[in-house]
Design a protein around this ligand. Structure first.
Ligand SMILES: [Zn+2]
Length: 378
């Protein structure tokens, strides 16, 4: 992975390059940002840059043997640890058992989520972790000399959140790594990282991607037409993973279904609203996720429209948003609905029963519209 393959994140690239060119690169670096900002691709780009034998001032060359190996995650001095589940027939849970699958996963979907990764290894409902044995194996690997004379050794840990308290095994390594060793942690949720680790690393933050950056990346990489790319970018909320999800599982015209559902909710025709959700449940996991993202996006647009009087959407969508904005729905009620949609998306992603979740959503939406709390249901 080269910096040129990263979507957006110009400031973070410059931050890293600045440290590098001023010889101020710390030996433990934490790249962090929300899902879909690209913490793994960014960490991989840093790794390849450091390992490249013909480094340019702002990027790896992409052509030297080291780059070829690093781009396939097969460079002998690039050690990678990531969450996994213990294979049934093994005594320990080590990343190396999964490295071939991991290479394929990253080649196919560098912006893929940890959840997608774990599902692709058949984790189902298991959580996945980075085990104590894996930590010890990292320490052993880094104790060896690099394969290139005077070269760097890198340990990239994707999602150190999954270390749990086993992370303490790494403290000494983080504090006093062997010479010419760089640790790169790529994380999404800082609160889930051990404070003892957090206090020992320097951070580079990745920001949510800008709409133009997502739209540009979709047209350049996926040959998406300009109009569709902009539309998806608007809905993706700075998350490139969501953008790809919307692109590959297209949002067919979801407006009529949304309008019908809202009409039923507003006139309190509970049975019909519930039937509308039964229909949605037939769309399958990806279809339902897109529906939830779409409705959330429309509600966000209602909030913006009320504040600014402006809306980037047009046609019937604009019409619908204007109508919703004129209803007595309070800001709190809209936020409650957005929160419910978000939560349902999370459950559906984790294979919860779609039919049941969508009915629960239906009730939450109806209560929000009637300005009631649903706490009694939980
Ligand atoms: Zn190179």
């Amino acid at each position: 992975m080269r910096f040129s393959q990263i979507v957006g994140q110009q400031a973070a690239k410059e931050h890293f390059l600045n440290m590098w060119h001023h010889q101020q690169l710390p030996h433990a670096l934490l790249i962090h940002g929300n899902e879909g900002t690209g913490v793994l691709p960014f960490a991989l780009a840093i790794s390849q840059f450091i390992l490249c034998e013909n480094r340019q001032s702002a990027d790896a060359c992409g052509q030297c043997p080291a780059c070829t190996q690093a781009s396939k995650l097969a460079h002998p001095d690039l050690n990678i640890s990531f969450p996994s589940i213990k294979p049934e027939k093994k005594k320990e849970n080590l990343s190396t058992y999964y490295i071939d699958d991991f290479r394929k996963f990253v080649a196919q979907s560098p912006y893929g989520t940890t959840f997608d990764w774990l599902q692709s290894t058949g984790a189902e409902n298991k959580q996945g972790n980075i085990s104590a044995e894996e930590c010890r194996s990292m320490i052993e690997k880094l104790a060896l000399k690099s394969h290139v004379e005077n070269g760097y050794k890198i340990l990239l840990v994707w999602r150190p959140e999954f270390l749990g308290k086993e992370g303490n095994i790494l403290l000494k390594l983080i504090e006093e790594p062997p010479a010419r060793t760089i640790l790169i942690l790529a994380a999404e949720v800082l609160e889930q990282i051990l404070p003892t680790i957090l206090s020992r690393v320097q951070r580079i933050k990745l920001l949510p991607l800008r709409q133009e950056e997502i739209a540009q990346a979709l047209s350049d990489r996926e040959q998406t037409d300009v109009h569709q790319a902009q539309r998806i970018a608007m809905m993706a909320s700075g998350n490139f993973h969501t953008a790809l999800q919307l692109l590959h599982h297209p949002v067919n015209d979801l407006l009529p279904a949304t309008k019908h559902w809202f009409n039923m909710l507003f006139v309190r025709r509970g049975i019909d609203a519930s039937k509308a959700m039964e229909e949605q449940a037939k769309e399958g996991r990806e279809g339902i996720k897109n529906f939830l993202i779409y409705v959330e996006h429309l509600l966000q647009a209602v909030i913006r429209f009320r504040y600014t009087g402006q809306c980037r959407l047009g046609g019937e969508e604009l019409d619908f948003i204007q109508k919703l904005a004129k209803t007595p729905l309070t800001q709190a009620a809209i936020e409650q609905m957005i929160d419910a949609l978000n939560r349902m998306g999370f459950y559906i992603q984790r294979n919860a029963n779609a039919k049941i979740q969508l009915q629960a959503l239906n009730i939450e939406m109806m209560y929000a519209i009637q300005n009631k709390k649903v706490s009694s249901l939980n």
